[in-house]
Design a protein around this ligand. Structure first.
Ligand SMILES: Cc1cn([C@H]2C[C@H](O)[C@@H](COP(=O)(O)OP(=O)(O)O[C@H]3O[C@@H](C)C(=O)[C@@H](O)[C@H]3O)O2)c(=O)[nH]c1=O
Length: 183
């Protein structure tokens, strides 16, 4: 099992040990002691699963205040570009992002602590995306940033994306007030 840093210190990539044989493969998707030893110290209270079609973009989403969420993201089937954007007010890397490919071939997981907006694009025909969260879903605390914010300039690697009406109504990061950022 390996953990690697990304260009933003707090964002970690985790590669579980995968045991393959003639039947297929096995790996521990999460094990508290192992993950804590790697630096993912978190109490997960909710697991989410979504299914999406090729070209879908979900995000960018985060929760503020008492609803702040860390997320341990993964792909059970298919391939995505998973993106975390620093929305911590005053952070030296505010507005910067890390993008990583997660798939059912590399089994990589992405640890995104509170303070980052999260989204992903679907690079395969379909995707089953699964993530653990450190806080419950709270509509009241939920905030979003436009996936195609020109200041972020994220290359999602999809054309004509499928995006929810809610996500199309999201603001650009530059117009989000301090109270709606993570602090
Ligand atoms: C996120 C969430 C949504 N819902 C409901 C609200 C709504 O009716 C329906 C679909 O919600 P959304 O359109 O917000 O789903 P989605 O766009 O997939 O939202 C998710 O996007 C990714 C990128 C994240 O990082 C997640 O935290 C979450 O915000 O599911 C819950 O009941 N619990 C949850 O935890």
């Amino acid at each position: 099992m390996q953990v690697s840093q990304t260009r933003i210190d707090d964002l970690l990539l985790i590669e579980p040990d995968v045991y393959r044989d003639e039947r297929g493969y096995f790996f521990e998707h999460y094990s508290r002691a192992r993950y804590e030893a790697l630096g993912v110290v978190a109490e997960f209270v909710q697991d989410n699963c979504s299914f999406s079609r090729r070209g879908t973009i979900r995000g960018l989403h985060y929760q503020i205040g008492a609803g702040a969420q860390g997320k341990l993201t993964s792909v059970l089937h298919g391939r995505v570009l998973d993106v975390a954007v620093d929305v911590r007010f005053g952070s030296p890397t505010f507005g910067q992002y890390v993008a990583v490919e997660l798939s059912d071939e590399n089994h990589v997981q992405f640890w995104i602590p509170p303070g980052f907006a999260h989204g992903f694009s679907v690079l395969s025909e379909t995707v089953v995306f699964m993530y653990k969260c450190t806080s419950f879903y709270s509509k009241e605390h939920e905030r979003s940033v436009r996936f195609d914010d020109p200041d972020l300039a994220i290359d999602w690697r999809v054309t004509d994306p499928i995006v929810s009406e809610k996500d199309l109504a999201a603001p650009y990061l530059r117009s989000v007030g301090k109270d709606d950022l993570f602090s």
